[in-house]
Design a binder for this molecule. Structure first.
Ligand SMILES: O=c1ccn([C@@H]2O[C@H](COP(=O)(O)OP(=O)(O)O[C@H]3O[C@H](CO)[C@@H](O)[C@H](O)[C@H]3O)[C@@H](O)[C@H]2O)c(=O)[nH]1
Ligand SMILES: [Mn+2]
Length: 893
């Protein structure tokens, strides 16, 4: 397949590097802006490499950048100053154990201490942010020089197995999933060097036939993409953009518009065929069922050739329903071989001239693993471990990249970018995975629920990148297969540096001999010239039997799958913990953000859905902290600061307990007498203010180096607070239930946007305005109400008069806290307003009305009760809650 050094990485060219060709698209300007605060950090390495003259054959395939000193030094300094302040604050509090209630005093000491520690955990791993920029042109020069006369056989790029996962063709719209598949089949990587493994956890015939349709359409789509070098290679997104977007990059500008028009028509027909599967399959099954002589019993679902579908049936039946069906492994597209095949010239049937284009398609395999009642299927992790074994038998690539079903390749140079890190001479061999940021298409413009997670993906991840590497976040991550098999990284390997199979590989890997034989191959084949799938030693029949065997539930019984090998089990989220298991072995990881984005996916923009997603993440994190994968238990191969970072990532939901309590503190002033939690109160307040101010200052510097907007930062703070009030308490509950041996909360699939093609076109961002009530919403509603009531009551007090200036000033301070909490919860309130939130001013009207009503009620109450019987206003209690805001908006909520 044609791949030239100047190909698709045009937009990728590093604007920081002298000579970067800067042909970025519209985004180029903004990325330049984003990068202007970064300077090279690897000049010595570069010089040394130049001196060696590349003799050792391992060129420097990426450049390293650090934050410009003018931002980095103040950033570190502010944080150091804040640390000193916090320590000083605690010393001061310990020396002034003076309060109207020592019980509350201790609670707030513990709470403030916790916030101090969690802030430190969160901040410490961000102090040395590092960006790495792959040099794809150099990679191509070294490993994939332009082929002579359209050939592709000279490529030395290693093989990649691509995993993609889905469960349900309706909940996860099949069109979206197939777009992802198309983007993979058409990506810019040597066709014979990657194979795609599609895992269908629903075992649905719709998926299987959709894949057949997709393979058929890909025969046109992939060559079209190659010929004209179009981007992105997911047709839905490609056709959504204007035809003239970006410069033309192919070799046949004259034919482009005609070809595009033709392919677009074919794509529309392809879409119709996909949609029709939902009616064709039941109709066909009806027809066969009528013909069938055996009447009565279960009504089967039939494949096109008239045989029973081995997976789940439309009408569930014994051995053909969700959670109970046989394993299916079907090769949809065979390995195409390594010789390029040019297509046909234009003809009346096929108006595209493909005579200069390689028309091969990469290998594509459908997998539905076996499901049996009585087995815990371990969701995505279970599916991926089956993919790992099946792919080992079929193509056994040394590298693996995995995608959620709703994530497509947006920049087809992405695989090559990842290879720059894997093949680099410095840390390449010790790099277990390359994580790309998650980016999303369908998020509302203001990103109300912080789906973009920019603070994590553009700041925190770069901090980790300067340590042992970013955590694994579930999708868009390229792995070294050996690392998933729990091999040691070369730098920690004893003796000759060659990892060997354990004495008893069956205990570790299960009893498939072909699989066990594939393991050492995967470790040493990085530079294997050509993939030889399938293993020559197996004939088709034995191979089929072996494939079915490694896809059964029982295969993993008594083995290390899910513990020591593959993706990790028994946890609400498999991602962070799997990355951690690899890091604790001493591997490192790399972070690769590129322009245009490597991959894009969909995100839940409904409030309730989003909260459930956060519940799964925070519950999973805490599960991890309380499991044998607790970061505090890892050995010395885990970088000390990486341990700090993982501790932060897993323990953060605990903050919920304190934040929730602090948020409710305003309640207390409804009874009792004048009251201070900490005396002298003025000093306490001054510390609080200084602490908050320094944290916000550090945040402002951070958004500068990370290239974020103020809105990104606010969203992060807001959603941290929303999660902390409503979701983290549930996550803590979940983990406690599990600790005592109960099941914990059920976790559900994250909902996907339903595309307009099904039924009548839906309004854009419709899900944003759906209100789905769930218990998860209640705590935050309560906190909101309490804070509104507090402001209203204070207003009543003021209206009733009788306050000294000092009291007024104090009350104002308290009100700032209440207003702050409300500001942080603002997106949540918009969410429960549903459609009304399209007119946010209504919210302010409502707020004013509510405040007035509460204030009036309060005045009335004061008038009814004898003056003097009402306790004076107690501002101390409002104040203590300020501590809540000192907490870090950490990890991804
Ligand atoms: O039994 C299951 C359940 C889920 N999936 C797949 O797992 C992926 C992620 O599931 P989804 O419900 O979309 O979760 P999200 O919250 O969108 O996923 C985020 O969070 C997960 C961890 O909780 C990570 O695994 C994902 O990569 C990350 O994008 C999807 O492709 C699913 O099809 C399966 O294959 N089998
Ligand atoms: Mn998702």
């Amino acid at each position: 397949m044609p791949s030239t050094a100047t190909g698709n990485d045009a937009g990728l060219a590093d604007p920081l590097l002298p000579g970067g060709d800067g042909t970025g698209r519209a985004a180029g300007a903004s990325s330049k802006d984003k990068n202007k605060n970064w300077v090279p950090a690897d000049e010595e390495e570069v010089l040394a490499a130049e001196e060696r003259g590349g003799e050792d054959g391992r060129p420097l395939l990426y450049r390293t950048f650090k934050v410009r000193g003018i931002l980095l030094h103040p950033y570190r300094l502010i944080n150091l100053a804040r640390l000193i302040l916090i320590i000083q604050f605690f010393i001061w509090r310990m020396r002034h154990r003076d309060s109207d209630s020592m019980v509350l005093w201790w609670i707030t000491v513990v709470g403030d201490f916790w916030f101090g520690v969690s802030w430190l955990l969160n901040q410490a791993s961000k102090l040395n942010p590092i960006r790495r920029v792959p040099n794809i042109a150099l990679l191509n020069e070294q490993f994939d020089p332009p082929a002579v006369a359209g050939g592709g056989g000279s490529s030395q790029l290693p093989c990649v197995d691509v995993f993609i996962n889905t469960v349900d063709p309706v909940d996860e719209p099949v069109l979206c999933t197939m777009n992802s598949v198309l983007s993979i089949l058409a990506t810019d990587y040597p066709v014979g060097r990657h194979a795609t493994y599609f895992s269908d956890d629903g075992g649905s015939l719709v998926h299987y036939e959709a894949l057949l349709e997709t393979a058929r359409f890909a025969a046109l789509w992939a060559p079209f993409c190659r010929k004209h070098r179009v981007e992105p290679r997911a047709p839905e997104s490609y056709f959504a953009a204007a035809a003239a977007d970006g410069p033309y990059a192919g070799d046949a500008p004259g034919q482009f518009l005609d070809d595009r028009r033709h392919v677009r028509r074919e794509y529309e027909e392809f879409k119709e065929r996909l949609a029709a599967l939902f009616t064709i399959i039941p109709q066909r099954s009806e027809a066969y069922e009528r013909e069938s002589t055996k009447r009565g019993g279960a009504r089967a679902t039939y494949m096109a050739d008239g045989s029973h579908w081995p997976g789940t049936w439309i009408e569930p039946a014994e051995n053909h329903k969700k959670g109970q069906h046989a394993a299916i492994v079907q090769v949809v597209l065979k390995h195409p071989g390594d010789e390029p095949q040019l297509g046909a010239p234009a003809s009346s049937d096929s108006p595209l001239d493909l005579s200069a284009v390689d028309v091969r398609l990469p290998m594509l395999v459908y997998i539905a693993r076996e499901k049996r009642p009585g087995y815990d299927h371990q969701k995505k992790a279970g599916a991926m471990n089956v993919q790992l074994r099946v792919s080992a038998l079929l193509s056994n690539a040394p590298f693996i990249i995995n995608f959620d079903g709703d994530h497509y390749i947006n920049n087809s140079a992405a695989f090559r970018a990842a290879m720059c890190f894997m093949l680099d001479g410095r840390h390449g061999e010790d790099t277990a995975f390359v994580q790309f940021p998650q980016r999303f298409d369908d998020v509302d413009p203001t990103d109300r629920y912080c789906n973009h997670n920019r603070v994590f993906f553009d700041a925190t991840a770069l901090g980790l990148n300067g340590l042992q590497g970013p955590s694994y976040v579930g999708t868009g991550c390229m792995f070294r297969r050996a690392a998933l098999y729990s091999a040691d990284p070369p730098r920690w390997q004893p003796g000759d540096g060659v990892s060997k199979l354990p004495d008893n590989p069956w205990r570790q890997f299960g009893n498939s001999m072909p699989f066990i034989n594939s393991v050492p191959l995967a470790t040493h084949q990085e530079h294997r010239p050509v993939a030889p799938p399938p293993p020559a030693s197996l004939d088709d029949k034995r191979l089929a039997a072996e494939l079915a065997d490694v896809s059964t539930c029982a295969y993993e019984d008594g083995t290390e799958w899910g513990y020591g090998v593959g993706w990790v089990y028994n946890i609400a989220t498999e991602d962070v913990v799997t990355g951690f298991r690899i890091h604790r072995k001493g591997w490192r990881s790399m972070y690769c953000a590129m322009e245009p984005d490597a991959f894009r996916g969909t995100a839940p923009i409904n409030l309730t859905e989003r909260l459930y997603q956060i519940l799964r993440w925070s519950g999973g994190s805490l599960d991890m902290f309380l499991s044998r994968n607790c970061p505090l238990l890892a050995g010395r191969r885990l970088h000390p600061m990486q341990r700090v970072a993982y501790t932060n990532m897993t323990i953060y939901p605990i903050s919920a307990a304190f934040i929730f309590a602090y948020d409710l503190l305003p309640l207390m002033w409804l009874s009792g007498s004048e009251f201070y939690i900490q005396k002298p109160f003025q000093t306490y307040a001054a510390y609080m203010f200084a602490g908050i101010a320094m944290m916000e200052m550090s945040g402002l510097v951070e958004i500068r180096w990370a290239g974020l907007t103020l809105l990104d930062w606010c969203r992060n703070e807001q959603f941290y607070m929303i999660g902390a009030t409503g979701v983290y308490p549930a996550a803590v509950l979940h983990s406690l239930l599990r600790l005592v041996g109960l099941k914990g909360l059920p976790f559900k699939l994250t909902s996907k946007p339903q595309s307009a093609s099904g039924g009548e076109a839906r309004e854009r961002f419709a899900e944003l305005y759906d209100v789905q009530w769930a218990p998860l919403l209640v705590p935050t509603v309560v906190v909101t109400a309490v804070n509104v009531a507090a402001i209203g009551a204070a207003a009543g007090r003021v209206a009733a008069g009788g306050w000294s200036f000092a009291q007024l000033a104090g009350a104002a301070g308290g009100l700032v806290f209440n207003a702050w909490v409300l500001l942080l919860l603002y997106p949540f309130v918009l969410g429960i307003m549903g459609r009304w939130s399209k007119r946010p001013y209504l919210l302010f009207v409502m707020l004013v009305v509510a405040l007035a009503a509460i204030a009036l009620a309060h005045v009335a109450l004061l008038a009814v009760l004898a003056p003097g019987s009402v306790p004076p206003f107690r501002l101390g209690r409002w104040w203590s809650g300020v501590g809540a805001i000192i907490s870090p908006a950490s990890w991804r909520f």
